[in-house]
Design a protein around this ligand. Structure first.
Ligand code: NAD
Ligand code: DAU
Length: 383
């Protein structure tokens, strides 16, 4: 049996990962640690926390006493750290909490891991660890900064699979974060690497591109646009809408993390992405046309609308002030994880986006629950 500590599992990717590993592995127990911030919703993992293999702790990854208690109580063998403040716009408004959670919180987990797993010292004075131990830090492609967008010059290009520049992020791309969020994630990555170098802690870092899919908090581009289309609200597109992101269905990311936990070589970084670049404006137009089509195909979906379905068209698009320091293009080279671990994305964007939109249409209660409270005040203060 292995004993996992999964942090941030009430959030978007952590929840999808928790569902994946509980289905896939019989030989695990899971302690979930989540602070339940505005982005953490216990309802997302209501079924999973009833599973006798799962113990839920509401708390902060920076709470050393609590984290040590979890390590000791459960004999943790694997840590998968999703917990983070994850929204770039919020990091521009209020960076402090990003430093506290993403940097200091990660350092607390690392410190507890070193103490909990140490069995002695080797001939050179380095700590030795119990076997089966692993620390996986879930990081992001944003730590690499931004790539040049050279194609097609200054135009919209709506074909999926278009490559917008000659360069890609590889694991050797130097860290060059631009936002307080990405700077905090890069700092955490450096700390994780320092614990590998200093204490020989068996770590991995995964750096994934933009995720989309079910249970995505509706402040991020795709779920926000879906929600606003259904409500007949304006669709705020930053700048000229030509910034490029590289989209991956969340279950493909969950599978990649699971593979790295099982088979990743200690100390290694793995980039995760599916060569699915698109300009933001293309994504927004695709959401509008897909929602409109689903409404026509299945009139029962029209009950979800708080607007007339005739109003679902591109006139909802509103170009607004650009994000400060807005990165132009992200694009991952996933060659290493494909070659070493045999990972590949299973869900095309066309299939994934329709599944995602259907999920939101069929889970309006979830949407209502997560947007009440803090998020509502935040959203209202922004627009
Ligand atoms: P999210 O904001 O949806 O969820 C974050 C979760 O962490 C929430 O459940 C929240 O309650 C919890 N949390 C926040 N602060 C905490 C603290 N101090 N202690 C304990 N729990 C805390 O985020 P997400 O989109 O699921 O991202 C998860 C991880 O994946 C993050 O580390 C993020 O940097 C990384 N990542 C995200 C993407 C993406 O596209 N969303 C892509 C690559 C990497
Ligand atoms: O690349 C991985 C990262 O992807 C993760 O590390 C982050 O946690 C995650 O939030 C995401 O960051 P982005 O900033 O790329 O995602 P976001 O959904 O906020 O924005 C995607 C693009 O859409 C970006 O170019 C900004 C733009 N945008 C976003 C919002 C919310 C808009 O044009 N309008 C919007 O209202």
């Amino acid at each position: 049996m292995y004993s996992y500590l999964v942090t941030g599992a009430a959030g978007f990717i952590g929840a999808n990962y928790l569902k994946h590993i509980l289905k896939k592995h019989d030989n695990i127990t899971v302690a979930v640690l989540d602070k339940l911030t505005y982005a953490g919703n216990l309802g997302t993992i209501a079924g999973e926390i009833k599973d006798p293999r799962v113990t839920f702790y509401k708390g902060d990854i920076g709470n050393e006493e609590l984290v040590s208690h979890i390590f000791l109580t459960h004999g943790i063998t694997h840590v998968v750290n999703f917990a983070a403040e994850s929204h770039v716009d919020r990091s521009i408004e209020n960076p402090q909490i990003f430093l506290e959670t993403n940097i200091l919180g990660t350092q607390t987990l690392l410190e507890c891991a070193v103490h909990a797993w140490k069995t002695g010292r080797d001939g050179q004075g380095y700590p030795t660890y119990r076997t089966g131990v692993k620390f996986l830090q879930v990081s992001t492609d944003e730590v690499y900064g931004s790539l040049a967008q050279t194609y097609p010059e200054g135009r919209d290009h709506e074909e999926f699979g278009t490559i917008f520049g000659a360069d890609f992020f590889t694991e050797d791309t130097p860290l060059d974060p631009h936002s307080p969020y990405s700077a905090s994630k890069a700092s955490a990555d450096l700390l994780v690497q320092s614990y590998a170098d200093t204490f020989h802690l068996p770590v991995n870092i995964t750096r994934c591109s933009n995720n989309y899919g079910p249970c995505h908090f509706p402040e991020k581009l795709i779920p926000l646009m879906i929600k606003n289309v259904l409500e007949g609200k304006k669709l705020p597109v930053y700048g000229d809408g030509r910034n490029v992101r590289d989209w991956l269905y969340v279950e493909d990311h969950a599978r990649a993390i699971d593979l790295v936990v099982q088979k990743g070589r200690p100390g290694e970084v793995y980039n995760v992405g599916g060569h699915n670049e698109a300009q933001n404006i293309t994504i927004v137009k695709l959401i509008i046309s897909t929602v409109a089509r689903l409404m026509e195909e299945n009139p029962a979906y029209q009950q979800v609308l708080t607007t007339d379905h005739a109003h679902i068209n591109e006139s909802l698009i509103t170009f607004v002030q650009d994000r400060l320091g807005h990165d132009a293009r992200y694009a991952i080279d996933p060659a290493k994880i494909k070659k070493e671990l045999g990972w590949y994305p299973e869900t095309s964007f066309e299939v994934g986006i329709e599944k995602t939109i259907r999920w939101y249409l069929e889970n309006q209660k979830w949407v209502r629950e997560v947007v009440s409270g803090d998020y509502q005040h935040y959203y209202e203060s922004m627009y």
